[in-house]
Design a protein around this ligand. Structure first.
Ligand code: KIV
Length: 265
C-alpha cells in the first residue's frame, strides 16, 4: 500500500477517484484497517462515546486524544492519520496551535477542528506552521447542546448558503480537507464541486470525495440507536478484516452510501 498524504488525496479528487476513512483508536484495529486498504484513519473524539461510554464527545480530554493518537500511529505505517481537537481545545488561536502541536507530536499528520467560518484565523496560523487541517462542518457533535440534538444541518436555504460560504472561507484560509456530517446530499454535492480540496462525508450522500464511518458503528457493535447513515459491514463478513475490505470497496466503487443512508433537502 502506498503512503497516503493530503497531496495524494488531492490528486485522487482531481482524478475523480474516491477514498475511504474510518475511525481508529488503537494499534491493532489501525493495522487491520490499513491492511484492508483504508486510506485515512481518524482518531475521532467519538472515542468518548464508543470507548468510554460517555453520552457525548464533550468529556474527551487532550490527554485521551494524545494517548489514542500514539496508539494508532504505532499500528499504521501508510495511512493518513487525522486526529480531532477535543471540545474547548481550540478556544483561542494560541490554544489551537499548542494542542494541534501535541497531536502532531503524538503521530498525527493532520488535525480536525469542528466549526464554521470562525475557524479561519486558527487555520491560517496552523497552515503557516506546516500543520494540515481538516475543517468539520454540518453536524458538529461538540455543539450538540447548541444544535438541540444530533440533527441534519443545512436544510433551509439560508443555512445551506452559510455552510457553503464557510467552506469557501476555510479553504481560502488554508484548510486541506473538509468534512461534512449529516447534510443533505444536494448541499454536499454543491460544496464538493465548489471545493478544490477533498471533501469527506458522513451522512452526506455518495457525492463527496471520501467517506468516513465510526468503526464501532460499521462493525455493528454500537448499542442503542444506529444513525440512518450507518451500514453494518460485519453482518455480511466473516472477519473484521473482511468487513473493512467490503467497506473500502463499497466506498471506492460509489456503492456506499446508498440513498437509504442519505438525507434530502
Ligand atoms: O469523532 C468522530 O469520530 C468524528 C466522525 C464522526 C467524523 O468526528
Amino acid at each position: 500500500m502506498s503512503l497516503t498524504t493530503t497531496q495524494s488525496l488531492f490528486k485522487l479528487k482531481q482524478q475523480g477517484e474516491k477514498f475511504s476513512c474510518i475511525t481508529a483508536y488503537d494499534a491493532a484495529f489501525a493495522h487491520l484497517a490499513e491492511e484492508a486498504g483504508i486510506d485515512v484513519l481518524l482518531i475521532g473524539d467519538s472515542l468518548g462515546m464508543v470507548l468510554q461510554g460517555q453520552s457525548s464527545t464533550l468529556p474527551v480530554s487532550m490527554g485521551d486524544m494524545v494517548y489514542h493518537t500514539q496508539c494508532v500511529a504505532r499500528g499504521a505505517k501508510n495511512a493518513l492519520i487525522m486526529a480531532d481537537l477535543p471540545f474547548m481545545a481550540n478556544n483561542t488561536v494560541e490554544d489551537t496551535l499548542m494542542h494541534s502541536g501535541q497531536l502532531m507530536k503524538a503521530g498525527a499528520h493532520i488535525v480536525k477542528l469542528e466549526g464554521e467560518a470562525w475557524l479561519a484565523d486558527a487555520i491560517v496560523e496552523l497552515s503557516r506552521r506546516g500543520i494540515p487541517v481538516c475543517a468539520h462542518l454540518g453536524l458538529t457533535p461538540q455543539s450538540v447542546n447548541k444544535l438541540g440534538g444530533y440533527r441534519v444541518q443545512g436544510k433551509g436555504n439560508e443555512e445551506a448558503e452559510r455552510i457553503k460560504q464557510a467552506c469557501l472561507d476555510l479553504e481560502a484560509a488554508g484548510a486541506d480537507l473538509l468534512l461534512l456530517e449529516c447534510v443533505p446530499t444536494e448541499l454536499a454535492d454543491a460544496i464538493t464541486r465548489n471545493a478544490s480540496i477533498p471533501v469527506i462525508g458522513i451522512g452526506a450522500g455518495n457525492v463527496t470525495d471520501g467517506q468516513v464511518l465510526v468503526m464501532h458503528d460499521m462493525l455493528g457493535v454500537t448499542s442503542g440507536h444506529r444513525p440512518k447513515f450507518v451500514k453494518d459491514f460485519m453482518a455480511e463478513s466473516a472477519s473484521v478484516l473482511e468487513a473493512f475490505q467490503r467497506y473500502n470497496q463499497a466506498v471506492k466503487s460509489g456503492d456506499f452510501p446508498g440513498p437509504e443512508h442519505s438525507f434530502g433537502a
